[in-house]
Design a protein around this ligand. Structure first.
Ligand SMILES: Cc1cc2nc3c(=O)[nH]c(=O)nc-3n(C[C@H](O)[C@H](O)[C@H](O)COP(=O)(O)OP(=O)(O)OC[C@H]3O[C@@H](n4cnc5c(N)ncnc54)[C@H](O)[C@@H]3O)c2cc1C
Length: 488
């Protein structure tokens, strides 16, 4: 509540005061959306009618104050629930709510760096593409983030994202403190020491435990890396990775794998790319190169969507030419890549991401199980990246309950009922294969997994939902993920 409104309410007093206060609050509600307004997410497959769109403010305090009347009316059953949305790069309605309210968190974009402590305080709606240049200007870089720069901090923390930083748990491990607007309209600070339960629930909590107004995250000095690459059979990848990255004193700070998308040798071969610091470059302030637009790389990548020859060419170039083209590069410029560089611009199809987490020793088993599934369903697979994710001890809904490899798969899907049906069948079979290998699937993508699969992949799910109902008994925060798996 703003000072002026609080004073006004106190002056009114009594029952009449409460009635007048409700009128005053109603005047402060965000406008309703027009009946035909549809919001969508990065999949382009979730056109969603909403009751209205509320906007955050740059200031966490003003945002909390602005939302208080709406949250109060939702809790009183006078308005439908609210979903929190960041850049809406999730793909299954996690940031949307059919016929409900949606909070656009993007304006919450303040940021301040404490170089001495290596900490950044950043608004929940700030985008990595704005954060990276701010860090870069002072010789700093993100500790953990996704592979692209298009996402908000709130979205990153709410899915508990991971990147391709070697030897690191997901991003939750880098968070010192959260400022959360909870269902009862309170602003709550949480950290490992304060409101620790809520802290673990909100990290990877998909916006169901409150609005992340602000976060304090650990950052680290920027540095220049030199890359090196090795090609191997996929079965040998876990041992090669451990020898290179986990060896005591290993200098590797960023590492990824790619698996063959050549249809004749699907998943049989892997490339391991490692990035090690160039001496005496840590912490130096260096210009951030202009954002890439793709050029020839984009052409080869997208050409793979057209057929088997394009995929074979893509893999050959990845294996043979990639290492020759790669040169020394700063941590920030590796992380500052926009997703648009490789994005699908064709009408009639959309790019759909999948990710499966498997215990590291089971990578080969999962690859063997996934190959016939993708062939049978004619999955149009453009890319598979392998990420190293160390055990997560922070998020209540952890996907990395032991050291995992995450296999990020990029498919092109026809935007038709038949395309959707085929994708659902393939996803369910791949989820079973991941569970069979002792792993799980990632939740920001399409919600094709069955409720039974979700509970097998995430044994903590029912407990987390029970905690959600305890922290939010009136159902203020809801979204497509909750509707799909907690209400069905
Ligand atoms: C091209 C592409 C590449 C990707 N690469 C990676 C990757 O390398 N690693 C990885 O881990 N993931 C990756 N992802 C998944 C991505 O990390 C998530 O979809 C992430 O949530 C996107 O952030 P966003 O700002 O778009 O969030 P949204 O999609 O807007 O929201 C995601 C969830 O966060 C909640 N949320 C958003 N903001 C807030 C807030 N302020 N407070 C509370 N809750 C909030 C929403 O309610 C929703 O449940 C990728 C996705 C795409 C499309």
């Amino acid at each position: 509540m703003t000072g002026a409104t609080a004073l006004g309410a106190a002056a009114l007093g009594g029952v009449g005061g409460a009635w007048l206060q409700r009128l005053a609050d109603a005047a402060r509600l965000p406008p309703e959306a027009s009946p035909r307004a549809l919001l969508d997410d990065a999949s382009g497959l979730n056109p969603t009618p909403v009751r209205g769109l509320a906007f955050a403010d740059a200031s966490p305090e003003v945002t909390a104050d602005r939302l208080a009347p709406l949250l109060g009316r939702i809790a009183a059953g006078q308005e439908p629930s609210l979903a929190v949305s960041g850049a809406r790069h999730s793909m299954g309605g996690q940031s949307l709510l059919r016929d409900g309210w949606v909070l656009d968190a993007l304006p919450l974009n303040g940021m301040t760096l404490d170089p001495a402590a290596g900490l950044m305080r950043v608004g929940g709606g700030a985008l990595w593409r704005d954060i990276i240049p701010a860090l870069n200007a002072q010789g700093f870089a993100p500790t953990v983030m996704q592979s692209n720069n298009d996402f908000t901090i709130g979205g990153t923390l709410s899915v508990n994202a991971h990147g391709w930083h070697a030897n690191s748990p997901p991003v939750a491990s880098t968070v010192r403190r959260l400022m959360l607007l909870t269902a009862d309209g309170q602003v709550v600070t949480c950290s490992p020491e304060e409101n620790a339960e809520l802290f673990g629930l909100a990290l990877g909590g998909y916006g169901l435990f409150g609005v992340i107004l602000e976060a304090e995250i650990a950052v680290r000095p920027n540095v220049i890396y030199a890359p090196d690459f090795a090609v191997m059979p996929t079965r040998d990848y876990p041992a090669a990775f451990a020898a290179r990255v986990y060896a005591p004193g290993s200098p590797v700070e960023m590492a990824y794998g790619r698996l063959s998308v050549d249809p004749d040798r699907l998943f049989e071969e892997a490339v391991l790319g490692c990035y090690t610091p160039v001496p005496e470059t840590r912490g130096t302030v260096m210009p951030l190169p202009a954002l890439a637009h793709g050029g020839l790389q984009r052409l080869v990548f997208r050409n793979a969507a057209a057929g088997d020859t394009g995929k074979a060419l893509r893999w050959w170039l990845e294996r043979e030419a990639g290492p020759w083209l790669a040169g020394a590069v700063s941590r920030n410029s590796l992380l500052n890549e926009p997703a648009a560089v490789f994005a699908n611009r064709e009408a009639g199809s959309t790019d759909i991401l999948h990710e499966y987490f498997v215990p590291q020793a089971r990578l080969g088993d999962f690859a063997e199980a996934a190959r016939p599934i993708i062939r049978r369903e004619e999955g149009n697979l453009l890319n598979v990246t392998v990420r190293d994710i160390r055990r997560d001890t922070r998020s209540a809904l952890a996907y990395a309950r032991e050291d995992m490899f995450g296999l990020v798969m990029l498919f092109v899907q026809e935007t038709s009922a038949a395309g959707e049906e085929r994708m659902q069948r393939m996803t369910r079979a791949l989820v079973d294969a991941a569970i069979e290998a002792g792993g799980s699937h990632y939740l920001p993508y399409r919600l094709h997994a069955t409720g039974d699969q979700l509970r097998r992949a995430y044994p903590a799910w029912d407990g987390v939902i029970e905690a959600q109902r305890r922290h939010d008994p009136k159902g203020v925060f809801r979204n497509g993920l909750f509707r799909r798996y907690a209400e069905a």
